[in-house]
Ligand binder design. Structure first.
Ligand SMILES: [Zn+2]
Length: 413
Protein backbone atom coordinates (compact mmCIF):
# COMPACT_ATOMS: atom_id res chain seq x y z
CA UNK A 1 0.00 0.00 0.00
CA UNK A 2 1.27 3.47 -0.88
CA UNK A 3 1.93 5.55 2.19
CA UNK A 4 -0.91 7.90 3.01
CA UNK A 5 -3.66 6.17 1.02
CA UNK A 6 -6.34 4.04 2.56
CA UNK A 7 -6.80 0.66 0.85
CA UNK A 8 -10.15 1.96 -0.43
CA UNK A 9 -8.52 4.99 -2.04
CA UNK A 10 -5.80 2.84 -3.53
CA UNK A 11 -8.42 0.54 -5.09
CA UNK A 12 -10.22 3.58 -6.55
CA UNK A 13 -7.02 4.93 -8.08
CA UNK A 14 -6.19 1.50 -9.50
CA UNK A 15 -9.66 1.28 -11.09
CA UNK A 16 -9.24 4.46 -13.14
CA UNK A 17 -9.46 3.46 -16.81
CA UNK A 18 -7.15 5.78 -18.71
CA UNK A 19 -7.79 4.13 -22.07
CA UNK A 20 -11.52 4.72 -21.77
CA UNK A 21 -10.89 8.34 -20.82
CA UNK A 22 -8.68 8.88 -23.88
CA UNK A 23 -11.31 7.23 -26.10
CA UNK A 24 -13.90 9.64 -24.69
CA UNK A 25 -11.63 12.60 -25.34
CA UNK A 26 -11.19 11.43 -28.93
CA UNK A 27 -14.96 10.93 -29.37
CA UNK A 28 -15.73 14.42 -28.05
CA UNK A 29 -12.96 15.81 -30.26
CA UNK A 30 -14.73 14.48 -33.36
CA UNK A 31 -17.74 16.71 -32.70
CA UNK A 32 -17.20 19.90 -34.66
CA UNK A 33 -13.80 18.80 -36.02
CA UNK A 34 -13.20 20.05 -39.56
CA UNK A 35 -10.36 18.47 -41.52
CA UNK A 36 -7.66 21.06 -42.17
CA UNK A 37 -8.98 23.77 -39.84
CA UNK A 38 -9.45 21.91 -36.56
CA UNK A 39 -12.11 22.21 -33.92
CA UNK A 40 -14.95 24.60 -34.77
CA UNK A 41 -17.03 24.33 -31.60
CA UNK A 42 -17.55 28.03 -30.98
CA UNK A 43 -19.94 28.99 -28.20
CA UNK A 44 -23.61 28.33 -29.03
CA UNK A 45 -22.84 26.99 -32.51
CA UNK A 46 -24.64 23.76 -33.52
CA UNK A 47 -21.36 21.87 -32.95
CA UNK A 48 -20.98 23.36 -29.45
CA UNK A 49 -24.52 22.37 -28.56
CA UNK A 50 -23.91 18.87 -29.97
CA UNK A 51 -20.79 18.61 -27.78
CA UNK A 52 -22.84 19.61 -24.73
CA UNK A 53 -25.50 17.01 -25.53
CA UNK A 54 -22.69 14.43 -25.74
CA UNK A 55 -21.48 15.47 -22.26
CA UNK A 56 -25.06 15.33 -20.94
CA UNK A 57 -25.52 11.79 -22.33
CA UNK A 58 -22.27 10.69 -20.65
CA UNK A 59 -23.45 12.07 -17.32
CA UNK A 60 -26.79 10.34 -17.64
CA UNK A 61 -25.14 7.06 -18.58
CA UNK A 62 -23.07 7.37 -15.39
CA UNK A 63 -26.28 7.70 -13.37
CA UNK A 64 -25.86 11.40 -12.59
CA UNK A 65 -28.78 13.78 -12.27
CA UNK A 66 -27.86 15.98 -15.20
CA UNK A 67 -29.17 18.83 -17.29
CA UNK A 68 -28.28 21.75 -19.54
CA UNK A 69 -29.31 25.04 -17.96
CA UNK A 70 -30.59 28.28 -19.49
CA UNK A 71 -27.04 29.49 -20.21
CA UNK A 72 -25.88 26.22 -21.80
CA UNK A 73 -23.91 25.09 -18.74
CA UNK A 74 -24.07 21.30 -18.43
CA UNK A 75 -24.16 20.10 -14.83
CA UNK A 76 -24.21 16.55 -13.51
CA UNK A 77 -24.75 15.83 -9.83
CA UNK A 78 -23.67 12.72 -7.95
CA UNK A 79 -25.35 12.82 -4.52
CA UNK A 80 -23.18 12.47 -1.41
CA UNK A 81 -23.90 10.68 1.84
CA UNK A 82 -23.78 13.81 4.03
CA UNK A 83 -25.46 17.22 3.83
CA UNK A 84 -22.26 19.08 2.85
CA UNK A 85 -21.45 21.72 0.23
CA UNK A 86 -20.61 20.09 -3.09
CA UNK A 87 -17.15 19.45 -4.49
CA UNK A 88 -17.05 20.56 -8.13
CA UNK A 89 -14.85 19.46 -11.04
CA UNK A 90 -15.02 20.57 -14.64
CA UNK A 91 -13.99 22.94 -17.40
CA UNK A 92 -15.50 23.82 -20.79
CA UNK A 93 -16.14 22.20 -24.16
CA UNK A 94 -16.54 25.25 -26.41
CA UNK A 95 -13.52 26.10 -28.58
CA UNK A 96 -11.90 29.00 -30.38
CA UNK A 97 -12.31 28.94 -34.19
CA UNK A 98 -9.75 26.36 -35.34
CA UNK A 99 -9.01 25.00 -31.88
CA UNK A 100 -7.66 21.69 -30.61
CA UNK A 101 -9.15 18.66 -28.87
CA UNK A 102 -7.67 19.18 -25.40
CA UNK A 103 -8.39 22.77 -24.29
CA UNK A 104 -11.25 22.52 -21.81
CA UNK A 105 -12.37 19.10 -23.03
CA UNK A 106 -9.72 17.30 -20.95
CA UNK A 107 -11.05 18.84 -17.73
CA UNK A 108 -14.60 17.76 -18.53
CA UNK A 109 -13.76 14.26 -19.75
CA UNK A 110 -11.33 13.84 -16.83
CA UNK A 111 -14.07 14.76 -14.37
CA UNK A 112 -16.40 12.24 -16.03
CA UNK A 113 -13.66 9.61 -15.71
CA UNK A 114 -13.51 10.31 -11.95
CA UNK A 115 -17.27 9.71 -11.72
CA UNK A 116 -17.01 6.53 -13.79
CA UNK A 117 -14.32 5.18 -11.48
CA UNK A 118 -16.41 5.90 -8.38
CA UNK A 119 -19.53 4.38 -9.93
CA UNK A 120 -17.78 1.20 -10.99
CA UNK A 121 -16.73 0.55 -7.42
CA UNK A 122 -20.09 1.81 -6.06
CA UNK A 123 -18.23 4.40 -3.97
CA UNK A 124 -20.39 7.15 -2.49
CA UNK A 125 -18.55 10.30 -1.46
CA UNK A 126 -19.48 12.25 1.64
CA UNK A 127 -19.94 15.40 -0.45
CA UNK A 128 -22.22 15.79 -3.43
CA UNK A 129 -20.06 15.92 -6.56
CA UNK A 130 -20.80 18.37 -9.38
CA UNK A 131 -19.31 17.92 -12.82
CA UNK A 132 -19.61 21.13 -14.81
CA UNK A 133 -19.13 21.83 -18.52
CA UNK A 134 -19.20 25.65 -18.46
CA UNK A 135 -20.76 27.50 -21.40
CA UNK A 136 -18.81 29.97 -23.56
CA UNK A 137 -15.45 30.00 -21.81
CA UNK A 138 -13.42 31.11 -24.81
CA UNK A 139 -13.36 34.79 -25.69
CA UNK A 140 -15.75 34.21 -28.60
CA UNK A 141 -18.59 36.03 -26.82
CA UNK A 142 -18.92 39.10 -24.65
CA UNK A 143 -18.33 38.64 -20.91
CA UNK A 144 -16.36 35.41 -21.30
CA UNK A 145 -15.95 33.07 -19.49
CA UNK A 146 -19.69 33.59 -19.69
CA UNK A 147 -21.25 30.48 -18.17
CA UNK A 148 -19.17 30.56 -15.00
CA UNK A 149 -19.70 34.33 -14.69
CA UNK A 150 -23.47 33.76 -14.70
CA UNK A 151 -23.14 30.86 -12.27
CA UNK A 152 -21.62 33.12 -9.61
CA UNK A 153 -24.17 35.90 -10.15
CA UNK A 154 -21.78 38.33 -11.84
CA UNK A 155 -23.28 38.48 -15.35
CA UNK A 156 -25.81 41.14 -16.36
CA UNK A 157 -28.00 41.26 -19.46
CA UNK A 158 -26.22 44.48 -20.49
CA UNK A 159 -22.93 42.52 -20.60
CA UNK A 160 -24.39 40.48 -23.45
CA UNK A 161 -24.59 43.41 -25.87
CA UNK A 162 -20.91 43.04 -26.81
CA UNK A 163 -19.93 41.26 -30.03
CA UNK A 164 -19.67 37.48 -30.44
CA UNK A 165 -17.63 35.41 -32.90
CA UNK A 166 -20.10 35.78 -35.78
CA UNK A 167 -19.84 39.58 -35.64
CA UNK A 168 -23.33 40.10 -34.27
CA UNK A 169 -24.06 40.86 -30.60
CA UNK A 170 -23.83 38.06 -28.07
CA UNK A 171 -27.51 38.60 -27.34
CA UNK A 172 -28.33 38.00 -31.04
CA UNK A 173 -26.14 34.87 -31.14
CA UNK A 174 -27.94 33.54 -28.07
CA UNK A 175 -31.38 34.26 -29.58
CA UNK A 176 -30.38 32.54 -32.83
CA UNK A 177 -29.41 29.43 -30.84
CA UNK A 178 -32.62 29.39 -28.81
CA UNK A 179 -31.23 31.03 -25.63
CA UNK A 180 -32.80 34.00 -23.85
CA UNK A 181 -30.36 36.68 -22.63
CA UNK A 182 -32.26 37.37 -19.39
CA UNK A 183 -32.40 33.66 -18.57
CA UNK A 184 -28.68 33.30 -19.37
CA UNK A 185 -27.82 36.09 -16.92
CA UNK A 186 -30.08 34.50 -14.29
CA UNK A 187 -28.37 31.08 -14.52
CA UNK A 188 -26.88 30.06 -11.14
CA UNK A 189 -24.89 27.20 -9.65
CA UNK A 190 -27.50 24.64 -8.61
CA UNK A 191 -26.09 24.23 -5.11
CA UNK A 192 -23.38 25.66 -2.83
CA UNK A 193 -19.86 24.54 -3.75
CA UNK A 194 -17.14 24.03 -1.14
CA UNK A 195 -14.22 23.66 -3.56
CA UNK A 196 -13.62 23.69 -7.32
CA UNK A 197 -10.79 21.85 -9.06
CA UNK A 198 -10.11 22.33 -12.78
CA UNK A 199 -7.82 20.14 -14.84
CA UNK A 200 -6.58 21.93 -17.97
CA UNK A 201 -3.77 21.90 -20.48
CA UNK A 202 -1.03 24.41 -19.76
CA UNK A 203 -1.16 26.17 -23.17
CA UNK A 204 2.45 27.26 -22.68
CA UNK A 205 5.94 25.77 -22.66
CA UNK A 206 6.92 25.75 -19.02
CA UNK A 207 6.04 22.09 -18.36
CA UNK A 208 7.41 20.66 -21.61
CA UNK A 209 10.51 22.79 -21.06
CA UNK A 210 10.94 21.13 -17.67
CA UNK A 211 10.53 17.64 -19.17
CA UNK A 212 6.86 17.10 -18.26
CA UNK A 213 4.96 16.58 -15.04
CA UNK A 214 1.97 18.56 -13.85
CA UNK A 215 1.66 22.24 -13.01
CA UNK A 216 0.07 23.37 -9.76
CA UNK A 217 -1.47 26.72 -10.53
CA UNK A 218 -0.68 29.25 -7.83
CA UNK A 219 -2.98 31.78 -9.41
CA UNK A 220 -4.41 33.29 -12.57
CA UNK A 221 -2.53 36.41 -13.55
CA UNK A 222 -3.92 39.90 -13.32
CA UNK A 223 -4.14 41.95 -16.50
CA UNK A 224 -3.58 45.69 -16.83
CA UNK A 225 -3.95 47.60 -20.08
CA UNK A 226 -2.71 51.06 -20.91
CA UNK A 227 -2.99 53.54 -23.76
CA UNK A 228 0.06 55.63 -24.55
CA UNK A 229 -0.05 58.57 -26.94
CA UNK A 230 2.97 60.29 -28.47
CA UNK A 231 2.30 63.54 -30.30
CA UNK A 232 4.89 65.03 -32.65
CA UNK A 233 4.34 67.01 -35.84
CA UNK A 234 3.18 65.46 -39.12
CA UNK A 235 5.22 66.85 -41.95
CA UNK A 236 6.52 66.24 -45.47
CA UNK A 237 8.90 63.25 -45.44
CA UNK A 238 10.96 64.66 -48.32
CA UNK A 239 11.37 68.31 -47.39
CA UNK A 240 11.59 68.20 -43.59
CA UNK A 241 15.23 67.93 -42.52
CA UNK A 242 16.14 65.31 -39.95
CA UNK A 243 17.09 68.10 -37.52
CA UNK A 244 13.65 69.75 -37.73
CA UNK A 245 11.55 66.63 -37.35
CA UNK A 246 9.29 65.85 -34.42
CA UNK A 247 8.63 62.24 -35.36
CA UNK A 248 6.09 60.64 -33.00
CA UNK A 249 7.20 57.11 -33.93
CA UNK A 250 10.81 57.90 -33.04
CA UNK A 251 9.51 59.18 -29.68
CA UNK A 252 7.59 55.93 -29.20
CA UNK A 253 10.42 53.58 -30.14
CA UNK A 254 12.46 53.79 -26.89
CA UNK A 255 9.25 53.31 -24.93
CA UNK A 256 8.42 50.11 -26.86
CA UNK A 257 11.76 48.56 -26.00
CA UNK A 258 11.38 49.82 -22.40
CA UNK A 259 8.17 47.75 -22.07
CA UNK A 260 10.20 44.63 -22.66
CA UNK A 261 12.97 45.69 -20.28
CA UNK A 262 10.55 46.64 -17.50
CA UNK A 263 8.64 43.36 -17.83
CA UNK A 264 11.87 41.34 -17.69
CA UNK A 265 13.07 43.34 -14.67
CA UNK A 266 9.83 42.72 -12.75
CA UNK A 267 9.53 39.05 -13.76
CA UNK A 268 6.18 39.61 -15.48
CA UNK A 269 5.10 39.73 -19.14
CA UNK A 270 4.54 42.93 -21.06
CA UNK A 271 3.38 43.52 -24.61
CA UNK A 272 2.82 46.37 -27.02
CA UNK A 273 0.09 44.65 -29.03
CA UNK A 274 -1.07 47.52 -31.19
CA UNK A 275 0.67 50.46 -32.78
CA UNK A 276 -1.38 53.07 -34.62
CA UNK A 277 0.84 55.41 -36.62
CA UNK A 278 -0.93 58.53 -37.87
CA UNK A 279 -1.42 59.65 -40.53
CA UNK A 280 0.30 56.44 -41.65
CA UNK A 281 1.73 57.19 -45.07
CA UNK A 282 5.23 56.53 -46.45
CA UNK A 283 5.73 60.17 -47.38
CA UNK A 284 4.60 61.72 -44.09
CA UNK A 285 6.62 62.04 -40.88
CA UNK A 286 4.42 60.40 -38.19
CA UNK A 287 2.53 63.08 -36.26
CA UNK A 288 0.88 60.89 -33.68
CA UNK A 289 1.38 57.33 -32.40
CA UNK A 290 -1.07 55.43 -30.20
CA UNK A 291 0.09 52.28 -28.40
CA UNK A 292 -1.94 49.62 -26.61
CA UNK A 293 0.15 48.12 -23.85
CA UNK A 294 -0.67 45.15 -21.63
CA UNK A 295 1.11 43.67 -18.64
CA UNK A 296 0.22 40.44 -16.81
CA UNK A 297 1.46 39.06 -13.53
CA UNK A 298 0.39 37.31 -10.36
CA UNK A 299 1.77 39.80 -7.85
CA UNK A 300 -0.02 43.16 -7.50
CA UNK A 301 3.13 44.78 -6.06
CA UNK A 302 5.19 43.82 -9.10
CA UNK A 303 2.40 45.04 -11.37
CA UNK A 304 2.32 48.33 -9.45
CA UNK A 305 6.08 48.73 -9.81
CA UNK A 306 5.94 47.92 -13.53
CA UNK A 307 3.07 50.36 -14.03
CA UNK A 308 5.03 53.18 -12.40
CA UNK A 309 8.14 52.38 -14.46
CA UNK A 310 6.06 52.33 -17.67
CA UNK A 311 4.50 55.69 -16.82
CA UNK A 312 7.93 57.24 -16.24
CA UNK A 313 9.33 55.69 -19.42
CA UNK A 314 6.41 57.06 -21.47
CA UNK A 315 6.64 60.52 -19.95
CA UNK A 316 10.40 60.62 -20.45
CA UNK A 317 9.71 60.42 -24.20
CA UNK A 318 6.93 63.01 -24.04
CA UNK A 319 4.13 60.44 -24.08
CA UNK A 320 0.76 60.62 -22.30
CA UNK A 321 0.05 57.46 -20.31
CA UNK A 322 -3.49 56.43 -19.35
CA UNK A 323 -4.90 53.30 -17.74
CA UNK A 324 -7.52 51.10 -19.39
CA UNK A 325 -9.05 47.74 -18.53
CA UNK A 326 -7.70 46.13 -15.38
CA UNK A 327 -8.32 42.66 -13.91
CA UNK A 328 -6.86 41.68 -10.53
CA UNK A 329 -4.85 38.46 -10.15
CA UNK A 330 -6.87 35.55 -8.75
CA UNK A 331 -4.71 33.48 -6.40
CA UNK A 332 -5.50 29.80 -5.91
CA UNK A 333 -6.40 28.61 -2.42
CA UNK A 334 -3.17 27.70 -0.57
CA UNK A 335 -4.81 24.90 1.43
CA UNK A 336 -6.24 23.29 -1.71
CA UNK A 337 -2.89 23.69 -3.47
CA UNK A 338 -1.20 21.95 -0.56
CA UNK A 339 -3.62 19.03 -0.98
CA UNK A 340 -2.85 18.74 -4.71
CA UNK A 341 0.86 18.97 -4.00
CA UNK A 342 0.68 16.17 -1.40
CA UNK A 343 -1.33 14.06 -3.80
CA UNK A 344 1.33 14.50 -6.51
CA UNK A 345 4.05 13.43 -4.11
CA UNK A 346 2.14 10.32 -3.09
CA UNK A 347 1.38 9.40 -6.67
CA UNK A 348 4.99 10.01 -7.67
CA UNK A 349 3.92 12.55 -10.29
CA UNK A 350 6.46 15.29 -10.95
CA UNK A 351 5.01 18.72 -10.24
CA UNK A 352 5.91 22.38 -10.14
CA UNK A 353 4.12 25.56 -9.10
CA UNK A 354 3.26 27.97 -11.91
CA UNK A 355 1.08 30.95 -12.72
CA UNK A 356 -1.63 30.71 -15.34
CA UNK A 357 -1.11 33.39 -17.96
CA UNK A 358 -4.52 32.66 -19.45
CA UNK A 359 -7.96 33.16 -17.92
CA UNK A 360 -10.11 30.17 -16.95
CA UNK A 361 -13.55 29.39 -15.47
CA UNK A 362 -11.78 28.86 -12.13
CA UNK A 363 -11.20 32.62 -11.80
CA UNK A 364 -14.97 33.16 -11.76
CA UNK A 365 -15.60 30.22 -9.44
CA UNK A 366 -13.06 31.82 -7.07
CA UNK A 367 -15.75 34.41 -6.24
CA UNK A 368 -17.78 31.76 -4.43
CA UNK A 369 -15.36 29.03 -3.34
CA UNK A 370 -11.68 28.13 -3.04
CA UNK A 371 -10.20 26.74 -6.24
CA UNK A 372 -7.18 24.85 -7.51
CA UNK A 373 -6.06 24.11 -11.06
CA UNK A 374 -3.96 21.23 -12.35
CA UNK A 375 -2.06 21.79 -15.61
CA UNK A 376 -0.72 19.09 -17.92
CA UNK A 377 1.90 19.78 -20.63
CA UNK A 378 1.01 21.18 -24.04
CA UNK A 379 3.42 19.72 -26.58
CA UNK A 380 5.64 22.50 -28.00
CA UNK A 381 3.49 24.97 -26.06
CA UNK A 382 0.92 24.92 -28.88
CA UNK A 383 -2.72 25.63 -28.04
CA UNK A 384 -5.77 27.25 -29.64
CA UNK A 385 -4.66 25.42 -32.80
CA UNK A 386 -5.48 22.06 -34.42
CA UNK A 387 -1.98 20.78 -33.53
CA UNK A 388 -2.70 21.08 -29.79
CA UNK A 389 -1.51 17.82 -28.20
CA UNK A 390 -0.90 16.27 -24.81
CA UNK A 391 0.44 12.70 -24.66
CA UNK A 392 -2.03 10.11 -23.28
CA UNK A 393 0.25 9.28 -20.33
CA UNK A 394 0.28 12.96 -19.36
CA UNK A 395 -3.50 13.30 -19.70
CA UNK A 396 -3.90 10.20 -17.52
CA UNK A 397 -1.48 11.53 -14.90
CA UNK A 398 -3.52 14.72 -14.75
CA UNK A 399 -6.75 12.79 -14.20
CA UNK A 400 -5.12 10.58 -11.55
CA UNK A 401 -4.08 13.71 -9.68
CA UNK A 402 -7.61 15.09 -10.10
CA UNK A 403 -9.20 11.88 -8.81
CA UNK A 404 -6.85 11.56 -5.85
CA UNK A 405 -7.39 15.24 -4.99
CA UNK A 406 -11.14 14.66 -5.03
CA UNK A 407 -10.80 11.71 -2.64
CA UNK A 408 -8.53 13.68 -0.34
CA UNK A 409 -10.86 16.68 -0.28
CA UNK A 410 -13.85 14.45 0.37
CA UNK A 411 -12.08 13.02 3.39
CA UNK A 412 -10.76 16.32 4.73
CA UNK A 413 -13.31 19.09 4.28
ZN1 LIG B 1 -9.68 26.38 -21.87
Amino acid sequence: MVEGWTSGEEAILAAFDGEQMMADLEALGEIGWVAGTGLQRMAYSPADLAGRRWVLAQMQALGMEAGIDAAGNVVGVLPGSEPLPALALGSHTDSVPGGGKYDGALGVVGALACVRTLRELAVVLRHPLLVIDFAAEEATTAASPLGSLAFVGALTVADLEGPAWKGESTRALLAESGFDAAAVAASRLPQPVGAFVELHIEQGEQLTGAGGGVGLVTGIVGIRRYFVRFVGQANHAGTTSMARRRDALVMAAPFITAVREIAVAQGIVGTVGRVDVQPGAPNVVPGCVLLDVEIRGLDELLLDAAEEALRLAAEAQGGAFTSGHCKAPVPADPALLAVVERVCRRLGVRHQPMASGAGHDAMNMARVCPYAMIFVPSEAGISHAPAEYTAPAECMDGVRVLLATLLELDRRI
